[in-house]
Design a protein around this ligand. Structure first.
Ligand code: OVM
Length: 401
């Protein structure tokens, strides 16, 4: 490569992890997309991509853009990871493949069919319980957070005690993919205690004998993975399975509250509930960003990303790239959202996406059966996180059918 080529690139002073940017990232996303296919973020010494085409290319080129050096800002080639790396998220082939295959079977659409009717019943019970207290509630806390916490830990096979640790642990882990800013410092105090609890839940004798956790241990019995790998794969469920779905559900509920005509479309045609979740994941992208690391000098456009450099991929920006999406800022159930990169793309694409879709389908179906209109009644409060697009509260009032 030539170093002059590497300098032929737009340089930005912007901080994507500044609190005001996390509060409203849309302007920064547009600036990045408009600046060019690749931009250098001076503040962190990393490359960034905001356009769909380049993000998609990087996600599908795992040979050129590795995950094993970490998918956060920290470069595991030079820095020690803050926790033992995930065998899925922070691994490349061939090490990645056995854990991935095992988990993809456990979380696949066929296995999940067994949970479908009980999750629909759970969703009806939750919606009934919330509406019994009144028609004004917080869609973020009372539905989006409550539903995954009601069904997912049971499906994994966790004991009841300590489940309140799941969200704070996930919040810190997703913050830790970013720089060590105030959000990370705020979570650092409790992380030792939270991590101890999480790790303890990964042991075979702590888990029920019929959940996702037990199925991971059974894969070790068969020799599909080793006994050393099993607890770390359970840890991935506990890390990636709660905050992500909570914010995905919050996104779809917020989307409907903000687009009343789209809620009426679902009421008329409940089959749209499934598209709705993917359109919400495109529109709000619960996981906004992940990094990759260049495994060699990589030519992109007219620049070269040098070997070992970090690349920040803006999934949320790609999902609103007008080069790829018509009217990208509109939540629209008439569009085909497939191809969005909100679940990633390629060999690391979200292995839990069928779980997330089933949770959403259950909750929206239960809600559509009882709720005629959804209206936002007060200011919506974001919860800031270095990686997640998240909410503290979405105050709504509904009318019943
Ligand atoms: C993991 C993990 C953690 C966070 C996110 C994620 C979105 C995976 O520990 O495997 O995927």
């Amino acid at each position: 490569m030539t170093t002059t080529a590497a300098l032929d690139i737009p340089v930005s002073q912007a901080d994507p992890f500044a609190l005001d940017v996390l509060e409203n990232p849309l302007q920064l996303q547009e600036d990045l997309r408009e600046a060019g296919p690749v931009v250098y973020l001076e503040r962190y010494g990393v490359y960034a991509m905001g356009r769909y085409e380049q993000v998609h290319t990087a996600l599908t080129d795992w040979q050129g853009f590795q995950s094993a050096a970490g998918v956060g800002l920290s470069n595991f080639r030079y820095e020690n990871p803050w926790r033992p790396p995930s065998l899925l998220l922070e691994a490349d082939p061939p090490h990645h493949d056995a854990p991935r295959l095992v988990l993809s079977r456990i979380l696949g659409p066929r296995t999940l069919q067994k949970l479908r009717s009980s999750w629909l019943t759970d969703a009806e019970a939750l919606v009934d319980q919330v509406l019994l207290r009144g028609t004004e509630f917080d869609a973020a806390a009372d539905l989006a957070a409550a539903f995954p916490l009601r069904v997912f830990p049971d499906a994994v096979g966790l004991p009841d005690a300590g489940r309140e640790n799941l969200l704070p642990y996930g919040d810190h882990t997703f913050n830790a993919f970013g720089p060590p800013n105030s959000l990370v410092q705020r979570g650092a105090g409790r992380i030792g205690e939270l991590m101890d609890w999480i790790n303890a839940q990964c042991a075979r004798d702590v888990l029920t004998d019929d959940g996702f956790g037990a199925q991971i241990w059974a894969a070790a019995d068969r020799g599909d993975i080793t006994y050393e790998q099993a607890p770390l794969i359970v840890r991935s469920l506990l890390t990636a399975g709660v905050d992500t779905t909570v914010n995905g559900l919050a996104a779809v509920l917020f989307a409907f509250a903000a687009h009343p005509d789209q809620w009426q479309a679902v009421r008329k045609n409940p089959a749209l509930a499934r598209t709705a979740f993917d359109e919400a994941v495109r529109w709000e992208s619960p996981v906004q960003t992940f990094f990759r690391t260049a495994t060699q000098d990589i030519e992109i456009g007219c620049t070269v990303i040098p070997d070992g450099q970090k690349i920040l991929m803006f999934l949320g920006a790609a999902n609103r790239d007008p080069r790829r999406w018509e009217n990208p800022d509109r939540f629209d159930l008439q569009r085909d959202p497939s191809g969005h990169v909100g679940f990633g793309m390629g060999i690391h694409q979200c292995v839990g996406q069928h779980v997330a879709r089933l949770e959403s389908e259950a909750l929206l179906t239960a809600l559509a059966a009882r709720v005629d209109t959804i209206e936002i009644t007060g200011p919506v409060h974001r919860h800031l996180n270095n990686t997640l697009r998240s909410w503290k509260s979405i105050p709504v009032e509904v009318t019943l059918s």
